[in-house]
Unconditional design. Structure first.
Length: 77
């Protein structure tokens, strides 16, 4: 969960930096920020995709070990 938030936040920051770079006239920096934002956006999309498939795959599965553990015996000396 934390990884998704970090990737999305960094994508947003690099996208805003690219827009800011375009308005200030720094085209090379803006293109670099757009490339980094695209890579981070892809990683964010991929992490959302894998976490959704993992949760949906295990949603209906019950554990084979659904018994409670035996109570511990206390020995007195």
């Amino acid at each position: 969960m934390k990884k998704k938030i970090i990737f999305c936040g960094l994508t947003l920051l690099f996208s805003l930096s690219a827009v800011s770079g375009l308005f200030s006239g720094n085209a090379a920096g803006a293109v670099g920020c757009l490339v980094i934002a695209a890579i981070l956006g892809f990683l964010a999309y991929r992490s959302f995709k894998t976490s959704d498939s993992v949760t949906s795959a295990t949603a209906g599965v019950k554990s084979a070990n659904n018994t409670t553990p035996p109570p511990q015996k206390i020995q007195t000396i």
